[in-house]
Design a protein around this ligand. Structure first.
Ligand code: PHE
Length: 342
């Protein structure tokens, strides 16, 4: 065979193969083209290679060189066609289909309890209450004694509380046993010890009780504590503040009513359970009352000069009612499918 014929045949084959690789719109079509031109047994390039043997012997080196160039070229063309198909670029060179919807990035959000805490702080802030923090590891004085809970009170039973013997060894200045606080009322004491009246604070945080977990109990939960001490403070002020708070948090267009039921806490007198009207019934929010004169005296206030109210509400309870959550444990299982709904 003359060299010119061999080369013409080779060039035609290369042009054809290139056209087919470029035209392939999916992997299946590309594979058909690959087998047709680059197939090891009966591909057209393989057949052309056989023709090499028939080229006049003096022309063989030139024919072989050209054959190798075309083979390398077509293999590269095939690879780039393959890349184009897997990367989604079309033959006409568009980078991507701009009409496809984008991939939405997963953005987290605040835990529902954190959301509730933030909006409670915001509402109470508008009512003039400053948010303060207190420690979760407390001494017996702040958790019990100063709150008028004497040694003989059942709440003092060490079996009923999380005492921390090892922590006590680490805190050199700890003079009384340490435990995880069972209520945020401890912060009332800490604030009054540090500040002369008037005081108007809230404190939000975790408290710990050795409760068995069920739909409404968990050994750790959150409370919002409120304390206002000033001249001439009455139960009416307590009720107004709680009503305004609930109205802002839940109310919307509905009018909120607050109901007091007689109760007992060692550090308030009188003491009440606080309910709020909710979907035709009453929803229990927590405890409250007028600060017991013994407590005022314990922190060096004069009960003849000032009076005060205090309240402690369950943050989970408020959050659960707001969202219709029926099991408190769901808040702490960190199941994103649950939490992302709120
Ligand atoms: N500390 C009480 C409790 O945890 C609630 C409370 C707070 C009651 C303030 C009265 C005043 O149950």
């Amino acid at each position: 065979m003359a060299l010119a014929d061999f080369l013409a045949n080779l060039d035609a084959l290369a042009a054809e193969a290139q056209a087919q690789f470029t035209a392939a719109t999916d992997s299946a079509a590309l594979e058909v083209a690959r087998v047709a031109y680059l197939g090891a047994k009966a591909g057209k390039l393989r057949l052309a290679q056989k023709g090499l043997g028939k080229v006049d012997s003096g022309d063989k080196p030139a024919a072989g060189k050209r054959f190798n160039e075309v083979k390398t070229l077509l293999e590269a063309e095939f690879e780039s066609a393959q890349e184009r198909l897997t990367s989604g670029k079309s033959a006409v060179g568009e980078a991507f289909d701009v009409t496809l919807p984008g991939r939405r990035r997963r953005i987290g959000h605040l835990h529902p309890i954190t959301q509730t805490i933030r909006s409670m702080k915001e509402i109470m802030g508008r009512l003039g209450f400053t948010a303060v923090e207190g420690p979760e590891i407390e001494d017996e004085w702040h958790n019990f004694e100063a709150l008028n809970i004497p040694l003989v009170h059942p709440a003092r039973d060490p079996l009923d509380n999380f005492y921390l013997e090892s922590a006590q060894k680490l805190v050199a200045e700890a003079t009384s046993p340490l435990l995880l606080r069972s209520q945020t009322s401890t912060v009332q004491i800490r604030v009054m010890e540090a500040t002369p009246p008037p005081v108007r604070i809230i404190s939000l945080g975790r408290v710990y009780r050795p409760d068995t977990a069920d739909a409404t109990h968990y050994p750790m939960f959150h409370q919002i504590e409120g304390l206002l001490v000033d001249r001439g403070v009455t139960m009416a002020d307590l009720k107004s503040v709680l009503r305004l708070f609930c109205q802002s948090y839940f109310g919307g267009d509905d009018e909120v009513h607050i109901r007091f039921r007689p109760s007992f806490f060692p550090f308030t007198e009188p003491s009440v359970e606080v309910d709020m009207n909710w979907q035709g019934g009453w929803m229990e929010m927590g405890g409250a009352g007028m600060v017991d004169p013994n407590v005022l005296r314990a922190v060096g206030y004069d009960p003849e000069e000032v009076t005060g109210f205090a309240f402690g509400l369950g943050v989970e309870r408020v959050c659960m009612r707001q969202h219709g959550i029926t099991d408190i444990r769901a808040l702490y299982q960190n199941d994103v499918r649950f939490l992302e709904q709120f």
